[in-house]
Structure formats: C-alpha cells, structure tokens
Design a protein around this ligand. Structure first.
Ligand code: SF4
Length: 337
C-alpha cells in the first residue's frame, strides 16, 4: 500500500466538547482558530482530488458542538456518499440535528458509558443519558438505515454493567456495541498535553487487583452468555480476543512492566486532520505539518511522515505504548454488514 495514499480521513472538527468526562481533557479546550467552513471546503476537495480519499470519519472533541455544523454537514454530503461517512459523537446533539445527521452519516458511533442515568452522569459529568437515547431514536426514525454502534468504555465505575449495557443497547435499537478499556495513564492522550494524572483520578478509573479478579470472572461469564451476539457481530470485538484485549490494557495500567507497543496499520489506512489544520499519521502522533502552510500531498510524502508510519508498522514507535486504538481500529467489523 502506498504510504502517502490512505483511503480514510479522520477529521477532528473541534477540540471543544459539551461533556465533562472523567477520562478526558477535551472539554477544557477552546474553539479558537479552528478551520473555517471555507477552509474545510478546500480541504474536502483536496482530500478527494489530490489523494483520492474515499471515506471520512468526523470526530472531536464533540464534532456536533460546532455552531456552524449544519454548513459543514452540507459540505460533507457534497463530497462523500452516505455509506462512506461516519461520525463519533457523545450523542447529546443528535436530537437537535436529527434530520441533517440522518441524511449525512451511514454510520454513527455514540459513547454510552453507563447502563443507567446515575453511572452515565458520574462518568460523563453531564446529565444526558435520556437525551442521547432519544437522539438515537429520532435519527433512526428519520432514516432506519443509519448504522449505530454504541461505545462502552470499561472502567472502575461501570465494569459491573457490561451485561446491562447489552440490554440497553437492544432496547434503544443500537445495531452494535463496542467495548474498550479506559485509557487512564497516558499523559499525552485525550488532550492531556503532558498533564500528569493524579493518583486520585487514576484510582477512579483503573481497577485495583481485587477488582481485576472480579472483572476476569465477569468477562468469562459474559463471553459464554453472549456467544450468539459475538457471532452475529452485535458485539464488535472478536470473541476469541475479547478477554485478552480488555485485561491487557488494565494490567499495563497497574504494572508498567506489562506495557506493550502494538504493530499498527492505522497510518497506512488513514490520516488524521486536527481542528486547526494539523496533519498526523494518527490522533496520538505529533503533527507533521499544517494544511494552512503546506499542501496536503507534500506533508504525506515528506520523509518525516514516512519515517513515523514505518516505525509504527514495525511496533517501534514510543507514542504507541499501550495504544488501545490500534486493536480497536483493526477490529472494526461494522463495514462487513
Ligand atoms: S498504535 Fe495507536 S498511537 Fe500508534 S499509530 Fe496506531 S493508533 Fe496511533
């Protein structure tokens, strides 16, 4: 595969967010200096024409939190077909923009980190559990062919709710549910910018040794009970890798000697565009240039960019330590529907 020609663009529309999650610092960001709608128009054309990007994922912060989101959605629709678009959202504004969203996105991933209002509020820092359930329903009513994945980030406050979230997911008509262990200790991820996470924060997220034993038991029972849901892909992750995928990350939080660097294909398949125009091989890598100063094609074919992509593929890139995205990305089976 040509390194400079991935076929997926992951575009962060804003670093700002309207949730206040305990797992993340994005909501502390401002929206100053974001790409304007005019700059986005040029970018989208360049993605299609210059590097033949076929698919786009909108992310953030919270992408729907931009005041000019409707104009941006119109541009997305002009450049990408329904089945080639996806958005990662906290779901708070789904109801408000349901008509436009239902026309623009073939696939929507919504974070749903609790099976009930109380847990959701504790983790997301805002009282929107019922609101996002309504939003999913409204979008589905507008367009039943929108594919919905719920994303459940497993952590201390919700690990006992894995079975309950399956019940909720079915009740609110999700097409799929995805589980991911929380990313609690990487000081450069989730907009932490080197802020050292304090012990109190860590202990509110990461399971202790006793809870880890409980989680192992929960997962063993969960896998047996939900055999069919793994098979019919209602649960995104593969059954055979599910337990290891979740436990490995938590073990690396408890014990640095369990840290790992995955070999990852993400930068071969996609590029990441920041809200202010930076270009990176993936969200967690350093910016390699900015489309306000350089042509996209030139950034992707620079020596520096190619060097990073190669080091990632060989599992030698330090920024990849304990990365959960790599395995999650490669396990995305929603497109096989
Ligand atoms: S392993 Fe993670 S940090 Fe590294 S390139 Fe892949 S997705 Fe990015």
């Amino acid at each position: 595969m040509d390194i400079s020609k991935p076929n997926l663009a992951i575009f962060s529309l804003t670093d700002n967010c309207n949730s206040k999650c305990t797992t993340c610092d994005y909501w502390k960001e401002s929206n100053i200096n974001e790409l304007t709608v005019d700059e986005i128009k040029v970018l989208l054309k360049s993605l299609k024409k210059d590097i033949n990007i076929k698919k786009i994922i909108l992310t953030g912060g919270e992408p729907l939190f931009r005041a000019d989101i409707l104009e941006i959605l119109r541009e997305i629709r002009k450049n990408f077909s329904f089945n080639n678009t996806k958005i990662l959202t906290n779901g708070i504004l789904l109801q408000k923009y349901c008509k436009e969203i239902a026309k623009a996105f073939g696939h929507i991933t919504v974070s749903i980190d609790g099976s009930n209002r109380a847990t959701y509020c504790k983790i997301r820092g805002v009282d929107n559990f019922n609101n996002i359930k309504k939003g999913i329903g409204e979008v589905k009513r507008e367009n039943p062919s929108v594919f919905f994945t719920g994303k459940f980030t497993i952590q201390k406050r919700n690990f006992r709710e894995m079975s309950e979230i399956i019940t909720v997911a079915k009740k609110i008509n999700l097409d799929q549910i995805s589980f991911a262990p929380v990313n609690a200790i990487d000081n450069y991820k989730f907009s932490r910018k080197g802020r050292i996470i304090n012990q109190n924060e860590i202990s509110n997220l990461v399971l202790n040794t006793r809870e880890m034993l409980e989680l192992e038991k929960i997962i063993d029972e969960f896998v047996i009970k939900n055999d069919k849901l793994f098979e019919n892909r209602f649960i995104l992750q593969k059954k055979t890798k599910f337990k290891n995928y979740i436990l490995k990350k938590f073990k690396s939080c408890l014990n640095p000697s369990e840290s790992f660097i995955p070999k990852c294909k993400t930068p071969f398949l996609s590029l990441f565009i920041g809200s202010k125009g930076s270009i990176r091989p993936c969200l967690h890598q350093k910016p390699m240039g900015n489309i306000r100063e350089q042509k996209l094609k030139d950034i992707l074919s620079s020596k520096q960019y190619i060097k990073v992509v190669k080091s990632v593929a060989k599992g030698k890139n330090k920024r990849c330590v304990n990365c959960e995205i790599a395995s999650e990305f490669l396990q995305d089976r929603s497109n096989e529907r």
